[in-house]
Write a protein that binds this ligand. Structure first.
Ligand SMILES: Nc1ncnc2c1ncn2[C@@H]1O[C@H](COP(=O)(O)OP(=O)(O)OP(=O)(O)O)[C@@H](O)[C@H]1O
Length: 167
């Protein structure tokens, strides 16, 4: 399951900042782009000019897969890499962030770039986070559940806290 984050740079909802350089207005903040693997590097502070963050989360095998004694064929060498060993044929892939099966929802939130997305959203940038992957790969689990623990819930809670709103 992969998550894609992107602040698009549209600042429709804020008044124009007259003190800022007109050249800078509407420019997308370069927020994303660290290469981390949860087990080897949880510091998400490296920044590049990349405004897209592609995050891979690998879920643990489910009961059916365990009962079938399916082999776990994904390896995590670190630095945003994964390798898949398909009966001896090994293919490697690179992501901005890779989250291993034991990653908790909070880990996803902390390391995936969602925190920076909140900053960008509060600044008025239009942001997108979407999940894609095959059926049963964990999109719904990551984005909305378990109850109140999905990225959506954490995101909303953090926005409220970060804005200092009291309800
Ligand atoms: N990281 C995870 N840890 C533990 N269980 C998980 C994880 N990711 C997914 N699951 C479990 O795997 C099952 C399938 O996950 P989920 O429904 O999120 O998949 P999906 O990608 O949304 O599937 P679909 O496209 O069919 O809606 C669920 O029972 C879910 O609780």
């Amino acid at each position: 399951m992969a998550l894609l984050f992107n602040p698009s740079g549209v600042r429709k909802f804020l008044p124009v900042d007259l003190d800022s350089d007109p050249e800078d207005q509407g420019r997308v903040p370069a927020y994303f782009g660290s290469s981390t693997t949860l087990s080897s590097n949880t510091d998400n502070s490296d920044e590049t000019e990349d405004n897209f963050n592609v995050v891979l989360r690998v879920r643990p095998p489910n009961a059916q897969e365990r009962n079938r004694r399916d082999q776990f064929i994904v390896d995590f060498p670190g630095d945003g890499q994964v390798s898949v060993n398909n009966q001896g044929t090994v293919r490697s892939f690179q992501f901005n962030v890779v989250l291993e099966p034991d990653a908790a929802q909070e880990d996803v939130f902390e390391t995936s770039g969602m925190k920076k997305l909140i900053d960008a959203a509060i600044m008025g940038y239009t942001c997108t986070a979407f999940a894609f992957g095959q059926t049963g790969s964990g999109k719904t689990h990551t984005m909305t559940g378990p109850p109140a623990q999905g990225l959506e819930g954490i995101f909303v809670t953090r926005v409220v806290l970060q804005c200092g709103c009291n309800f």
